[in-house]
Design a protein around this ligand. Structure first.
Ligand SMILES: [Zn+2]
Length: 286
């Protein structure tokens, strides 16, 4: 079954025709403000030789019945009825959240091959999660561990976009590492620059990363306290590229969970940048 898939991200939009997990055609462009019109243009390229049986668009924000409610990574705070806007392109059209789609890809093509119950944890500009139990995505699982409050001390309880202070996402995501740089280095440099500084043995940058890793241990400890699982699969730009530096080890996580003997294995996703498109195809095949 051929599925036309779109993964709309903050910086790039990916489109592809996917057949049983294989990407037949693939297009990647910088995301434009009016991404629905952009999808129409890409669709003409993808459909040159093939007609899809279904069309799936995944977006970085909450979705309800084909309507994207908002999408902070796209700078969109209003709702958009994507299903209605693109309804003429295909009779069988689905709109889904990107992390929900990603865990569908992991279940079918990634960690799910060997694990029944696992979390998918994304660490990039933000922090989000999805949950699979007995080989199935848990529906209506909010996955907002990023907004659990980890820090109440004035100095570190940074303001978060959710209007709270001290959320996990404000401490060790890309934005969080920038916040920590503001305290330790006196200027809010990007997470990328903090990692570069640490590579050149800058002790303050090393301290920032150690601190971010400890917050991740605390956050992951909370996740395990809520639901002990067999594994945690990490994705997202920081999660993948800086895995060895910011993902805590067993002993660090043990400090923050009561399930001392049930620390799951923590692994990087093996699906790379195509995880969203693969997940979209799984949704389109259902
Ligand atoms: Zn928050």
């Amino acid at each position: 079954m051929l599925v036309e898939c779109y993964d709309v991200g903050g910086t790039s939009i990916r489109g592809a025709l996917v057949n049983k997990g294989s990407l037949v055609e693939k297009v990647k462009e910088s995301t434009e403000k009016d991404f629905c019109s952009q999808i129409r243009k890409i669709s003409k390229i993808l459909r040159k030789n093939n007609q899809p049986a279904s069309l799936v668009v995944i977006v970085p924000g909450p979705v309800d019945k084909g309507v994207m409610l908002n999408a902070p990574p796209l700078g969109i705070s209003r709702s958009i009825n994507i299903k209605k806007e693109l309804s003429d392109l295909c009779d069988n059209i689905h709109i889904a959240n990107d992390i929900d789609a990603a865990i569908e890809a992991e279940i079918k093509y990634g960690a799910g091959i060997s694990l029944g119950s696992f979390y998918l944890l994304t660490i990039s500009t933000g922090i989000g999660s999805a949950l699979a139990v007995n080989g199935k995505r848990v529906e209506n699982f909010a996955g907002e561990f990023g907004h659990t409050v980890l820090e109440r001390r004035d100095k570190f309880s940074f303001y978060c976009g959710c209007s709270n202070y001290g959320c996990w996402v404000s401490l060790s995501s890309g934005m969080g590492i920038m916040n920590l740089a503001g305290i330790y280095l006196g200027k809010r440099i990007s997470a990328e620059d903090v990692f570069k500084l640490a590579e050149s043995k800058n002790h303050i940058a090393e301290r920032i990363i150690k601190r971010a890793k400890d917050y991740n241990a605390q956050g992951i400890g909370n996740m395990i306290n809520v639901m002990p699982v067999e594994g945690i699969v990490v994705m997202g730009s920081i999660g993948i590229e800086q895995f060895d530096k910011i993902i805590p080890g067993v002993y660090e996580i043990k400090k923050y969970t009561i399930f001392k003997n049930r620390i799951p294995k923590i692994i990087k996703t093996k699906l790379g940048d195509d995880i969203g498109l693969l997940g979209a195809s799984v949704i389109g095949e259902k």
